[in-house]
Design a protein around this ligand. Structure first.
Ligand SMILES: C[S@@+](CC[C@H](N)C(=O)[O-])C[C@H]1O[C@@H](n2cnc3c(N)ncnc32)[C@H](O)[C@@H]1O
Length: 313
């Protein structure tokens, strides 16, 4: 099995995809203790180094390096400040790239990076990785087109080491109206779960900001994007539909119980199977939502990893 090293590994969404694509993840790193706990409860074979990446000085040899450095600077929900330190964490990824010199690397990040005011940050990343000796390609992919029951557009940056003389090609969509298989629906992934899983969903009021847009999709649709902040989690399809009253004002169409997705449903919608959530002390409800919402859908990462050329012997 070819070996992979993973950085900014979170609870292991990207790594579950890498493992499914046939790699052995020999090291993972993140600074969030509960992310480590969830990761190891589900993927126990990996050596998970807990701590700030800047303190990690050694990396094992590997053929593949993957990493999803954080995105607060670019994401719709986060503070859009292109100058924050968080936006330079890709340099830590580049440091690992220089040290390990794997045959290939895969990066995932929020698609907001292609917007005009952040474009220079994306260009910096492409430049740094190209100068490290890689042929680099970037593309925005929608998880829904790869069998995930969720609209989730993310940018992937893939590099192949120059000496291989090869060009990476992104995987073509496999699911959707023009594909062999239809988009996966909410019914398929959460249909058989309990309708009111008390204690497993964020149960605070729907404030005006929440109701400033349509937060609900029906059972036979794909989900809206699963986010890390539970307050903004989309509505479960058993909730009444929302009607638009005026610009940025939506209202429930009728009386009835309404709730957000539970963290367990969110994990299913992200494309995890039955993700295990250990009861370790920092594992509050919010923390469970956070690690799930931060994750890369495993089937999407798997598709990107499987599209790498056979360069491992
Ligand atoms: C987008 S999430 C990664 C998700 C993960 N790849 C997955 O699929 O589950 C980004 C992660 O970077 C971690 N992180 C942020 N700054 C870090 C740092 N300085 N050192 C290590 N990890 C960091 C966060 O804790 C967060 O889990």
């Amino acid at each position: 099995m070819p070996k992979a090293v993973s950085l900014f590994s979170g609870c292991g969404g990207s790594d579950a995809g890498v493992i499914a694509a046939g790699f052995d993840v020999v090291m993972a790193n993140d600074k969030l203790p509960y992310a480590r706990d969830v990761y190891l409860a589900n993927l126990p074979a990996t050596d998970y180094v807990l701590g700030d990446i800047s303190k990690v000085k050694e990396f094992p040899n590997s053929e593949l390096l993957v990493g999803c450095y954080p995105c607060q600077g670019f994401s719709q929900g986060g503070v859009r400040d292109p100058s924050r330190r968080i936006n330079t964490l890709y340099l830590e990824f580049a440091r690992a790239l220089h040290t390990i010199r794997p045959k290939a690397f895969i990066v995932e990040n929020v698609s907001g990076m292609v917007r005009k005011n952040f474009k220079h940050l994306l260009e910096d990343q492409l430049k740094v990785f190209t100068e490290a000796g890689y042929r680099v390609k970037a593309e925005v992919l929608n998880a829904a087109n790869y069998g995930v029951a969720q609209e989730r557009r993310r940018i992937f940056i893939v590099g192949l080491r120059n000496d291989l003389g090869l060009e990476y090609k992104f995987p073509l969509p496999t699911h959707g109206p023009d594909q062999m298989q239809p988009h996966a629906s909410l019914r398929e992934v959460i249909g058989e779960l309990p309708e009111w899983p008390e204690g497993e969903f964020y149960d605070l009021d729907f404030h005006w900001y929440y109701l400033s847009r349509d937060r609900r999709r029906g059972w036979d649709q794909t989900s809206k994007t699963i986010v890390a902040n539970p307050r903004h989690m989309p509505l479960h399809p058993a909730s009444p539909p929302l009607n638009k009253i005026e610009h940025n004002v939506w209202q429930f169409a009728h009386e009835g119980r309404a709730r957000r997705f539970s963290y367990r449903e969110a994990a299913r919608i992200q494309g995890f199977g039955n993700l295990q959530f250990p009861d370790t002390a920092p594992g509050s409800l919010n923390m469970r939502y956070t690690v799930v919402g931060n994750a890369v859908p495993p089937p999407l990462f798997e598709a990107v990893a499987r599209a790498l050329p056979a360069i491992w012997d």
